[in-house]
Design a protein around this ligand. Structure first.
Ligand SMILES: [Zn+2]
Length: 199
């Protein structure tokens, strides 16, 4: 599997990072553990979709332990922002979200309600980064057609779109990949195939 990712662990080292990687790290808010996802750009920078601080403490991205003022300011209003890797990880492990995994691997890995890998095929890194950068700074327009929602319009949805050109909604049980409709770039041509909406 890609860079040694297994069902038991998707932790990788920083030196293993490649531009366009979909990465994630576990975060804890108000006793709730969740994975925060982003797209690694380069030079220790991560493009991520985060909620605004005022959306509430559970999924707010700012942390009282965050060391970097620039990142805290960038993330304050939410949306697609660029952060440094340290702030993205918040001291947690660096995990790689693997693509093109076999169905048995997908089923064994995605227990519970948090996705950690997918059977979908990833696009070349330059295409991934183009999508991520095109959406950088977006909130009320473009990708983020509605406000951040922990289940349907969130960080993993953003990263998955950047990697594949497709969108999906995550559900609390079963990890059913479902079509949620086009959201990016009004006026873009939309093709529907393989059970998802691609652009
Ligand atoms: Zn930072």
């Amino acid at each position: 599997m890609d860079r040694g990712v297994t069902v038991a662990s998707s932790v990788i080292y920083r030196f293993q990072l490649r531009p366009g990687d979909h990465i994630y790290s576990w975060r804890k808010r108000a006793g709730y553990l969740y994975a925060h996802h982003g797209i690694y750009e380069s030079d220790q920078k991560v493009i991520q979709y985060c909620s605004a601080v005022e959306d509430g403490p559970l999924f707010a991205s700012s942390s009282p332990t965050r060391p970097c003022r620039e990142c805290a300011e960038a993330e304050r209003k939410g949306g697609v922002v660029i952060s440094c890797l340290d702030c993205f990880l918040e001291g947690g492990n660096l995990c790689l979200f693997a693509y093109s995994v076999p169905l048995w691997f997908y089923t064994a890995s995605n227990i519970g309600h948090q996705l950690t890998c997918h059977t979908a095929r990833e696009d070349p890194p330059e295409e991934v980064l183009r999508r991520a950068n095109d959406l950088s700074g977006a909130y009320s327009a473009g990708f983020v057609s509605s406000k951040y929602n922990a289940l349907t319009n969130n960080c993993v949805d953003f990263a998955f779109y950047c990697k594949t050109g497709c969108r999906f909604a995550t559900y609390a049980v079963g990890q059913v990949v479902s079509e949620v409709g086009p959201v990016v770039a009004q006026g873009a041509s939309v093709l529907v195939h393989s059970g998802c909406v691609c652009m």
